[in-house]
Write a protein that binds this ligand. Structure first.
Ligand code: UT7
Length: 324
């Protein structure tokens, strides 16, 4: 093992958007949203709360919790699909804001699985470069990538950021293993266009703008099966029983997906951390936000076995095991 989490942090924008607020802009109801998704509120960025600003605040909190200064960081990875610019990366903006002058920085986009994929890349970097420290961030402002007239999607998403600081330690804590997957053939079930092309030959047909489009029912079906498969395979390979897991932090997409996953796995509901009711689906930010909340609530103790899993556009999905 080796890649251990030194500290966590998160940042949620101040504005709370309730289901009742949504009732005023689309044909929906608080009852429908809560019963189909489990979501009651989500946070929405205001001025000055761009993705990189949420990421910076989450990162500062993680650095304080880790007692690490920004100039000790060697690598910053931001998992996002909603940076305010395509170039430079969100990670470069964060590096600049933090004054992390010794870090190289880049973004990854694996949609809602972004943090899990970043964790895997970060772990492999730390295992190869053992005297380094890294900052992994999941950050999104999906309010800027949502069609607020589409009731199928706009009720689901929210803004926020979460971060962890990690380093290599030669003990039995840290990332145990990950099991990651992608299936690009299913992209049409959950996707988002880019801005229109300046090259007419590359213009995508029927580009309605850069916002999320989704076949919700199909995504639902794949999500449950895919996460269950990734978790079972990961545990089998490590020869670990589900009963040995102390806490499971799934991507917070929808309470019905989570309930179905939990019942298929047969894991004790009390071991599953859920905050989707407060923040909705914050995509790549959902796992690190939940991780920070669980950590601050004292739900993670040294030597605890933590299971993380996610599913998102691509499709991308997977699971990771960490010894805390
Ligand atoms: O990280 C992965 C990201 N994606 C997801 O997690 C999404 C996974 N999918 C889901 O969470 C669910 O499919 C949804 C919550 C999006 C939708 O729930 P559903 O139970 O699959 O509903 P549905 O799409 O089958 O729609 C049922 C009905 C439809 O009306 P008709 O055709 O039966 O008359 C929809 O038009 O509900 C209607 N509907 C709504 N009604 C009130 C759809 N959205 C809404 C809404 N308010 N916001």
């Amino acid at each position: 093992m080796g890649a251990v989490v030194l500290g966590t942090g998160s940042c949620l924008p101040g504005k709370v958007l309730t289901n009742h607020d949504l009732e005023k802009i689309i044909d929906t109801s608080d009852e429908w949203i809560r019963s189909r998704t489990g979501i009651s509120t989500r946070r929405i960025s205001g001025k000055g709360e761009e993705t990189y600003k949420l990421a910076e605040t989450a990162a500062r909190r993680a650095l304080v919790a880790s007692q690490v200064s920004a100039d000790e960081i060697d690598l910053i990875i931001v998992a996002t699909m909603s940076s305010h610019m395509i170039m430079p990366s969100c990670a470069c903006f964060v590096q600049n804001e933090l004054g992390a002058a010794n870090a190289f920085a880049y973004d990854i986009n694996a949609a809602c699985s972004g943090f899990l994929f970043a964790l895997d890349s970060g772990e492999k970097y730390l295992c190869a470069e053992r005297d380094k420290k890294i900052l992994l961030i999941g950050a999104e402002t999906l309010s800027s990538r949502t069609d607020w007239k589409d009731r199928n999607t706009c009720i689901l998403f929210g803004d926020g950021a979460g971060a962890v600081v990690m380093e290599y330690r030669d003990d039995n804590c840290g990332v145990v293993a990950s099991n990651l997957f992608s299936d690009g053939s299913l992209w049409k079930l959950l996707y988002m266009h880019n801005a229109p092309s300046y090259n007419p030959d590359l213009e995508q047909p029927d580009n309605p703008g850069a916002h999320i489009l989704m076949e919700g029912r199909e995504v639902f079906k794949y999500a449950v099966k895919a996460m269950e498969g990734a978790i079972r395979e990961l545990l089998d390979r490590q020869n670990i029983e589900l009963s040995a897991i102390d806490l499971m932090i799934p991507h917070q997409a929808n309470i019905r997906i989570l309930n179905k996953l939990v019942s298929r796995l047969g894991i004790d509901q009390e071991k599953v951390f859920i905050n989707v009711q407060k923040y909705g689906n914050t995509s790549a930010a959902s796992i690190p936000i939940a991780l920070d909340e669980a950590n601050r609530e004292g739900r993670l103790k040294r030597d605890n076995l933590l299971l993380i899993c996610s599913f998102g556009g691509g499709f991308t999905w997977g699971a990771s095991l960490l010894r805390w």
